[in-house]
Every structure is written in structure tokens, then in C-alpha cells.
Design a protein around this ligand. Sequence first.
Ligand code: FAD
Length: 486
Amino acid sequence: MKKAVIVGSGIAGLAAAIRLQNKGYQVQVLEKNAYPGGKLTQIAGNGFRFDAGPSLFTMPNLVTELFEISGKKSTDYFNFDQLDILCNYFYEDGTQIVASADIDTFAAEMEQKTTDSAEKVKKHLEKSAFIYEVTSDQFLNKSLHKLSSFLSLSTLVAVLKSPFLNIFSSMNQVNESSFSDSKTIRLFNRYATYNGSNPYKAPGILNIIPHLEFGLGAYLPRGGMHEITNSLVELAKEIGVEFHFNQEVITIETERSLVKSVTTASGNYAGDIVVCNADIHTVYEKLIPSAKKLQEVDQQERSSSALIFYWGIDGEFPELDVHNIMFTEDYKAEFHHIFESKTISEDPTIYINITSKKIASDAPKGKENWFVMINVPSVYGQDWEMMIAQARKNILSKISRILGQDIEKLIHFEQQLTPQLIQDKTYSFKGSLYGTSSNNRFAAFFRHKNFSSQYKNLYFCGGSVHPGGGIPLALLSAKIIDKLIK
Ligand SMILES: Cc1cc2nc3c(=O)[nH]c(=O)nc-3n(C[C@H](O)[C@H](O)[C@H](O)COP(=O)(O)OP(=O)(O)OC[C@H]3O[C@@H](n4cnc5c(N)ncnc54)[C@H](O)[C@@H]3O)c2cc1C
């Protein structure tokens, strides 16, 4: 049997392992941590359980198909429910918008709560669906770096030039031309943060993202997001994948144009192919210095990072749902802080995820598990201790103001996840959540490819390479590798 070695057991590493084992390889996964899943893990304490990283689950078919290609019934391992409410939005003037998954209901709500019409909202979502239809096959499902992926270069150029895709305008410019109310514009600009980008710089084509929620649906796995990791590890083990935890890969050995093996502190693992799920920057910087790519990867702007407070809250808040957003009044200034001054805004937009709304066992009776997150810059030597203490105060004061209760008094459990910890735990360069940012119109082409041009049997998957970060795209990266490997 040919051997495949996977470096890292993040969601993409798990998907690659399952795909390659099904392809006839004997797969070994080497993971530096004692646990699988990378960012997709969980924490618990004082009777509360929290998904530690991702909280929004879209395109579940990319998970279930891993069971299907392994000849298993996905529902024997993994189950999830579609959410009726995508998000509850809160603004400082007291406006609350409930984003129903049903487009007509959502559009009517927008017409009632903003100065924008239902018709405009529906048109925007139709366009989002159109961008998805036109581009997903080319940009998400295939390698962007193989000529054979394109019907022809002229078709690609024609697609890119289409005014409907808004490649030459920023997402904010497109949204400002579609809507007049700042509440609507902020609501749709926020989708840039789904891949860690800045809506004032990222191209309008990112208006594809609302379609993932409104068109394809938002879901919550039964048992929480961490069940994605658990069920895939169970499947992988069942079909014969071998896992080695606490095994940090320190070098990848090469011989002329081939990689031969990888080495950890306690052993050497030979592979006919090696797939790196670790952040591409870390791979070039630390594992394979003979590769000539570090400088190129180094020059690219990183995506945003996150600061998370896991709070066990003594109380229940009926006005909150699973996903909630409390908007800043000055969204542009917030992104200036994140990407230009690399600081934290005094009035950040706050995301609160509460899985106990649907999964009763995630919090003791009468309490809620709050995952409170703000977008922050990646690590550039800032004074994080000071910035985090200040942010905590500002967050508490904003939530308390909006909900009309002193929230600090209700905190019965607390843990934090900081950009530095994200970097330390998963080796994501500078703690960025999604690899490089998409803050320029050609970002999709600059994102690192899924294979090495220098070493014929070296491949890359995960959020730091094509097609991008987030669970669905990381899963697609493994699917692209599956297509590339004979
Ligand atoms: C706080 C937060 C919120 C997020 N929210 C969402 C969301 O709501 N929805 C969404 O879709 N996405 C979200 N994301 C992004 C999502 O988590 C990631 O894009 C996705 O999990 C990427 O997984 P990955 O496969 O790239 O690898 P990672 O999860 O980064 O895993 C890489 C693995 O490689 C291991 N590794 C690294 N170097 C080595 C080495 N040398 N040797 C051995 N092992 C190594 C690491 O330990 C890690 O386990 C969020 C991320 C975070 C942190």
C-alpha cells in the first residue's frame, strides 16, 4: 500500500486523511496537540460546554459526503439541525433585527426596521446567489493554479470582467450603492468578516457569502460544532487511518524533487505523499526551509484574528438567539483599527454565540453558555494584556447597555482565547483565523495553491491555502487535493 502522511488534524487534515485512505493509501496523521480538530475543538468547566472556535456551520454536505464516500450512513455518526433564525442583530438606537432564514420574512423585517425596501433586500440576495452559481465551480471546487481547471483563459477573463461580480468595487461600495440605511449596509458588510477580511477593501464578489446562509442554510450539529471533529475522527479510525497525537513534525525531508518523510521528536514517518494541513507560512518557515516560497507567503496580508471570552452566564436572555450581533456605530473605524493601526476599537462589534439555546446540556438549568467574540488584528507585537483588559471593559459595558443588565455580575465561569493563544495552539501564523486576508481583488489568485511546484508529491490543505478559510472552504481544499492526486 502507498503511504500518505498528513501534518495536522484540523478539519482539512481530517478530510484529506479520509479521502486518501479511501483512495487506497495507508494514511498516518501526525498532530502536535494531544487532541484532534485544531481550531475546531471545545472547552468545558463549571457545568458549561463551549465550542472553542467555529460556531457557524454552513454547507454540511461537505461533511456528510465524507461518510458517503467511505460507504457509511452519515446519520449513524453525525446529525445536525437547520436554524430558523440566522442571527439577531442589535443596534445602539435600540433597533433589533431578526434575520430569519426565510428570505421573504427577513426582507419584510428589513423593510420594517430600516429605510430599505424588501424588494432591494431580495434583489441583493438574488445577486448573491447568482455570484455563487457563476463562480463556485471555477473558484471553489478546483485548483486555481492548473491550466486544466479552466475551460479557457478567455472564459476566465470574461467571467472576471462581468460587472455583476463587482471585482473592481469594494464590498462596501457595492452595498452602499444597493442600500441607503447604514443598518442594512453594516449587516451585509459584516459578511466580509466570515473570511477575516475588511469590507472597505475586499472586492464586491465577496457578496457571495450571504448566499451560503440565506440560500444554502445555517446549521447546528447536535452536540455542538465539536461533533464535526469527533465524528470524522471516528470515521477515519474505522476505515484504517492511524493517528499519532503529541507528535509535532519538525522537518520534512526531501530528495531532489520529492519529499521523502517527515520527522517528529520521536520518529521518522516515510510517505509517498505528504499533505500539510498546518498553516502554509509555518510549513515554509519551520518544516521545509529548502522550499523557495517563504518570502512570497510572508508578503501577504494576514486575515483578522479574534478575542473570545467564554462566559458561563447566570441567567437567561430570551431576546438572544444562537447567533447574535451587537453592532458598532462606526464600522469603518473598527476595520481601520483591525487592519491599519492593528489595535482594538473602543466600540467593537460584538458577536455572542449561545449553543445552550438549542443544546440544553451545554449549560446548567437557568444559565447560558456565552461565546463572546470580537474581531481583532493578528499578532504584531502589541501590548495584548492592556488591550484585552480594555476590550473586556468595553464589551461588558456595551452588552450591559444593550440588554439593560449588569452582565459582569452574572459571569460564573470565564476563559479566554487570544490571538497569541490561537497561534500557540494551532501554529496559525500570527494567530490569524483564515490565513491570508481577501483585502484585494486578486487575493484568490495569490492564496497559496494546493500543491507544491518544487516537490511533486507535496500537497497543502486547510484555511491558509486555496480556496480559503472557514470550515466549508477548508473541506473543499481537501477535495481539490483528492482530485489532484491520481
Ligand atoms: C475563534 C474562531 C472562530 C471561527 N469561526 C468560524 C465559523 O464560525 N465558521 C467557520 O466556518 N469557520 C470559523 N473559523 C475558522 C475555522 O475554524 C478554520 O478555518 C478551520 O477550522 C480551519 O481548519 P484547518 O484545517 O485549516 O486547520 P487548523 O484548525 O488550523 O488545524 C491545523 C492543525 O495542524 C496542527 N499542526 C500545526 N503544525 C503542526 C506540526 N508542525 N506538526 C503537527 N501538527 C501541526 C495544529 O496543531 C492543528 O491541529 C473560526 C476560527 C476561530 C479560531
